[in-house]
Design a protein around this ligand. Sequence first.
Ligand code: NAP
Ligand code: MG
Length: 403
Amino acid sequence: MDKIKMTTPIVEMDGDEMTRIIWSMIKEELILPFVDLNSEYYDLGLENRNATDDQVTVQSAEATKKYGVAVKCATITPNAARMTEYDLKQMWKSPNGTIRAILDGTVFRAPILVKGVTPFIPTWTKPITIARHAYGDVYKNTEMKAPAGSKAELCVTDAEGNETRSTIMEFKGDGIVQGMHNTDRSISSFARSCFNYALATKQDVWFSSKDTISKIYDHNFKDIFQDIYDNEYKEKFEEAGIEYFYTLIDDAVARVIRSNGGYIWACKNYDGDVMSDMVATAFGSLAMMTSVLVSPDGVYEYEAAHGTVQRHYYKHLKGEETSTNSVATIFAWSGALRKRGELDGNAELQNFADMLEKATIDTIESGIMTGDLYLISSLENKTKVNTQDFLKETGKRLASYMN
Ligand code: NAP
Ligand code: MG
C-alpha cells in the first residue's frame, strides 16, 4: 500500500510523561504505517522548554499560525514540586496559556461517545461541545479585603483623564471586594470562533450569560454576539440549516439537561470552567474528551483534554504495566489530519482520519478497552488491555479498513 502524502506540514507539539510515551506509540502503530507524515516537530517536553527558556513554546505557536493546524501532546504546567523534579531555571508558564495568548482562540471541548459507556444523563445521545471563553473575568481579577468602615469605589479614568466613579459598597463590617474586566476585542473573537466552529461542524450555537443581573457587563457579551451574528453569520447559518440563540445561564442549564445534545454551548470563562467538568464527567470519562483551540482567523490546535497522567507514568518508569486510555490523544491526531486534509483538499487524508476514529471506536465497542473504560462499560464481553495492546488492536483494525 502506498502511504498517504501530505502537501503541507502540520505542527507537532510533543509533551510530557505518560502522554509522551503514548504519543510515540500512536505515531508508530497508527500514523506512520499509513501516512507519509509531514510535520514540523517541536519538543514541548518540560526539559526542552527549560533548555530553550520556553522559546520552543512560542516558536511552536508561531509555526501554528503559519501552517494553520497543530496537534499537541499534554504538557506539565510547572508548580513548586516540578521545580525540584526537573531542576527548572524558572517556573515556566502553562504552555496552553502561552499558545492561547499568541493564537487568541477559544477552546472547544467535546466528548467521544462509545456504546457501552452511557452518559449519566441517558437522553444525551449526541455530544455537547462546550466553547469556553479563555480570557478575562475572574481569571484576571483584582481583589482586596475591605475592612470595616472602608468605602469601595469603581473608577474608570479615560484617555483625557476624566474619571467616572461609582460606589460599590460602604462597609460597616469587614468585607471583600473584587474588580474584573473583559475587552470587546476578546469577546468579538470569542463570538467569531464559536460561529466559525458551528459552521465547520454544522451545529447550533447556544450562548448564555446573566444579563438580567449584570446589565452592563454580561449585556455587553450578549450584544456583541448578536451584532456579529446579525451582520456576519445570519445568512450563512440559514444556508447551513443551523441556529444561534441566546438564553440566560440558568435557563441554559435546565435546557442542557433536558436536551439530546448535538450543539455548541458557548460559555463565559468561569461558566465554561465549571460546566466543562460537569459535562465531561456526565459523559463518562475525562480520557474521552477532545479539545481544540480555534483562533478567530481559523487556525486549529488539537489536543486531549486530560493531563500527562502522572500517576501512570511513575508506574511505567518502575517497569509496571499501565492501561492508559489513548483515545483522546488519537482523536487529537485524527482531528488535525482531517483539518489538514480539508484545508489542502486532500480527500485521502480526510478518509484516513475517519478510518482512524472508526477503528478506535470499533475496538472499544468490540469489547477491547483500557482499565478506565473497563470499569464503567456495560458491555458483557469486555477485556481490559494495556496501553500498547489497545493501540496494536486498533492498528490491526485500521489496517483492514485501509486495505
Ligand atoms: P491528569 O493527567 O488529567 O490525570 C488525572 C487522573 O485522571 C489520572 O491519575 C487518571 O486516574 C485519570 N486519567 C486522566 N487521563 C487518563 C487517561 N488518558 N487514561 C486513564 N486515566 C486517565 O491530571 P494530573 O495527573 O493531575 O496532572 C498531571 C499533569 O498534567 C500536571 O503536571 C498538569 O500540569 C498537566 N496537565 C496538562 C494539561 C494539558 O496539557 N492540556 C491539562 C491538565 C493537566 P487514575 O490515576 O485514577 O487512573
Ligand atoms: Mg477547571
